[in-house]
Design a protein around this ligand. Structure first.
Ligand code: HEL
Length: 412
């Protein structure tokens, strides 16, 4: 595998190469996996609706976020829209160039590395995880594919960790967990579904994914991200610094909303994110995430064969699918977009690209534990990919879908 080679169709590029109405636990929206490997999708609108984009960001502020921003990369043209404050301490305005914590967008990075390892014949998606990590899991039927599509049934230990939002966060913000400790927390609870039976979102899956990366490569997750993704794609604002607590360089500060009504926001910028690691500890920028998902969808990061595996969709709900560390969202105008979302204390991220990878947007609000803000951010996708409102009859008449969240992740 040659580091630095990124090319369409090469094995690792090849080697390296609506507002939503309500929130429910992910387990309750499980559905049988779909095995369709391709999606028919309309092309994105001719232009984005930047006024609607700004309105969506403003509504995040009205609902409690100190600031919000979005960066659109549209076939070489860049649009940056910002609202509000990025740092309440200094009063610094939100900037679309700043770095931030991406939360579970990290899962796409982990999945890409594992699919590169499939391209390198070091890993088989349908092999039991225990083939590579003997004795780790109590059920030999759990495969690598089950992990990456959230169908393993491994309990999400963060449900308990963050049941009380601020105390839960303060208890772990400076902790350094081993992957094994996180897996042990999960295995202390019964499995949620039979292996392969249904979608049940769990951070545990991608912690085990990180263990696989380390076992198969003999190198850290950080070094794999750097060698296989960050360097080849020249992502100069992307880092995996676990267990360091600070965000390098110019960054947005994150503000966690306590559960108690009216309690002041907590500056949650600095933390190890050791509870998340390969499931959630990446730091990046809007530009870098747009570059990443665009390159991924254009087939420049993994082979076409693995990209099509990544896009085998398990049904999440009527407008969302989960592939292998990749989300698909079907917008009201009939356009499907591909990327991931992230929730980490103080930061909400939505990062999606069009089917051809030519138009991408990353939207961020610097708060969390605020379901209203979370549920307004999908409006940024509608604005960017659906553009100016079309005749009502041309739009989907389906009711707005519920957001896909892990249990206990948000309070309204
Ligand atoms: S949750 C999600 C999102 N994913 C999952 C992961 C990530 N993030 C977490 O598991 C964080 C959990 C605690 C978040 C915290 C807050 O809001 O900051 N909430 C509480 O403490 C609630 N008591 C499925 C939404 C994803 O989009 O994939 O990121």
């Amino acid at each position: 595998m040659v580091s630095g080679m990124v090319g369409k169709g090469t094995a690792l590029g090849a080697a390296l190469l609506a507002p939503l109405v309500a929130l429910v636990p992910a387990q309750t929206v499980s559905a049988a996996p779909s095995t369709a490997s391709t999606t028919v999708t309309r092309a994105a609108s001719a232009t984005s609706d930047l006024t609607a984009l700004r309105e969506a960001l403003r509504s995040a502020l009205a609902l409690g976020a100190p600031g919000a921003m979005a960066r659109v990369d549209d076939n070489g043209t860049v649009h940056k829209v910002t609202e509000g404050i990025g740092d309440r301490g200094t009063g610094r305005a939100m900037s679309a160039d700043d770095r931030f914590r991406v939360g579970s967008v990290s899962k796409s990075f982990t999945s890409v590395v594992l699919l590169q390892l499939v391209d390198e014949d070091k890993l088989t998606l349908d092999a039991p995880v225990n083939t590579y990590l003997p004795g780790l899991l109590p059920d030999d039927r759990i495969t690598v594919r089950h992990l990456l599509s959230h169908r393993s049934g491994l309990y999400d230990y963060t449900n308990d960790m963050f049941a009380a939002t601020v105390p839960g966060f303060e208890a772990v913000r400076n902790r350094v967990f081993s992957n094994q400790e996180l897996v042990d927390l999960s295995l202390a609870k019964p499995r949620t579904v039979q292996p392969g039976a249904a979608y049940a979102y769990s951070n545990t899956n991608f912690v085990v994914g990180g263990m696989l990366i380390e076992k198969l490569t003999g190198r850290s997750v950080a070094s794999n991200f750097k060698k296989r993704i960050i360097k080849p794609l020249k992502l100069s604002s992307t880092f995996y610094v676990h267990p360091r607590t600070t965000i390098p360089g110019q960054h947005i500060k994150g503000y966690l909303r306590p559960d108690e009504a009216g309690a002041p926001l907590v500056d949650s910028t600095e933390q190890t994110v050791s509870w998340g690691q390969s499931a959630g500890a990446v730091i990046s920028s809007a530009k870098d995430l747009n570059t990443f998902f665009s390159a991924l969808n254009r087939g420049e990061v993994i082979s076409d064969a693995q990209l099509s595996q990544m896009q085998q969709w398990t049904t999440v709900n009527s407008t969302q699918g989960y592939g292998l560390g990749l989300r698909r969202r079907d917008l009201s105008c009939g356009v499907s977009v591909y990327g991931h979302t992230g929730t980490v204390q103080g930061f909400y991220t939505f990062s999606f690209t069009s089917a051809d990878g030519k138009r991408s947007v990353t939207s961020v609000a610097n708060t969390s534990n605020n379901g209203s803000v979370l549920n307004t951010l999908p409006r940024t996708l509608e604005a960017v990919f659906c553009g100016a409102p079309v005749a009502k009859s041309a739009r989907s008449t389906a009711p707005a879908e519920r957001e896909d969240i892990a249990p206990d992740v948000v309070r309204d």
